[in-house]
Design a protein around this ligand. Structure first.
Ligand SMILES: Nc1ncnc2c1ncn2[C@@H]1O[C@H](COP(=O)(O)OP(=O)(O)OP(=O)(O)O)[C@@H](O)[C@H]1O
Ligand SMILES: [Mg+2]
Length: 260
């Protein structure tokens, strides 16, 4: 048996919920460094699932395996009902247009305006957007969703760090993704800007009904945004449950996350 504790097993709701992402028995080793050691995860439709783990615990590795940017040593990963391993490049690319990423330190293209930054993913996904002649309404809609419609003709260097993060989020939204993967969405931002980003993430979930996987160190972010949480410790999903349940745990490895 794996050393995993279920504090709250979704109150028997898992049968009724649609599974959007499923990860089973995920292993990834670099040399003799075992990073993922049998990780499991399910993301249900419409939920905000937060994965927390200390620095170097393998959160980004897990998310890279999930989107096919990194090959796991073994394990099963399916996204929107398709097993990643079996997909050819073209199908993987189409699937990726349903997945928005806000990657750790996700940078805008410095030499492009905000508009060009947002048009870029649409050009990449011609199968979804090829027929659209005028992209302006989509660009404006995405910018309005992050409250920055007035920046359309600016260059990234003219924007603050928080604004750049919001534009990166707008660039993700423009693909109208079914799933959004956030890797450390609030890192490097001051507390007020972090709060704004978290609020934006909530609004996006409400407006578009997206399912989100949020990787964060930020306990406040987890508290506000999570419907459910997984703590990644020693390469496994060490514990799962609601924030309010996890903070009451007496397990030292769990308590360590919530100590200020
Ligand atoms: N391409 C790689 N080659 C070798 N080792 C790697 C590679 N990518 C990640 N690692 C190692 O895997 C471990 C997990 O890395 P990962 O980036 O997933 O951590 P993380 O949990 O995202 O940390 P952080 O919170 O700092 O972002 C680290 O020890 C890292 O050095
Ligand atoms: Mg990381």
């Amino acid at each position: 048996m794996r050393d995993q504790k279920n504090i709250d097993v979704m109150e028997n709701t898992s049968e009724q919920k649609e599974v959007i992402i499923e990860i089973k028995d995920l292993y990834k080793t670099f040399g003799d460094h075992k990073v993922l050691n049998g990780f499991h995860m399910e993301l249900y439709k419409g939920e905000n699932l937060v994965v927390m783990g200390k620095s170097g615990s393998g959160k980004s590795v897990m998310i890279k395996c999930l989107v096919g940017l990194m090959q796991p040593d073994s394990g099963y990963i399916s996204v929107l009902g398709k097993e990643i391993k079996n997909l050819d490049r073209e199908t993987l690319d189409v699937l990726r247009s349903d997945i928005g990423f806000l990657f750790q330190g996700s940078a805008l293209y410095d030499s492009m305006t905000v508009r060009e930054n947002l048009e870029f993913p649409m050009r990449r996904h011609k199968e979804k957007f090829g027929k659209i002649k005028d992209t302006t309404p989509l660009v404006m809609d995405a910018l309005e969703s992050v409250g920055l419609a007035n920046t359309i003709d600016l260059m990234p260097e003219e924007l603050s760090g928080g604004m750049q993060r919001r534009i990166a989020l707008a660039r993700t939204l423009i693909l109208q993704p079914k799933i959004i993967l956030y890797d450390e969405p609030t890192t490097g931002l001051d507390p007020i800007t972090s709060k704004e980003i978290i609020e934006l993430m909530r609004n996006i979930q409400i407006k578009y009904g997206t399912s989100s996987l949020i990787i964060t160190h930020d306990v406040d972010c987890a508290r506000v945004i999570s419907d459910r949480m997984i703590l990644l410790v020693d390469g496994i999903n060490y514990v799962e449950g609601k924030y309010t349940d996890l903070i009451q745990s007496n397990d030292p490895k769990v308590e360590a996350f919530f100590k200020k």
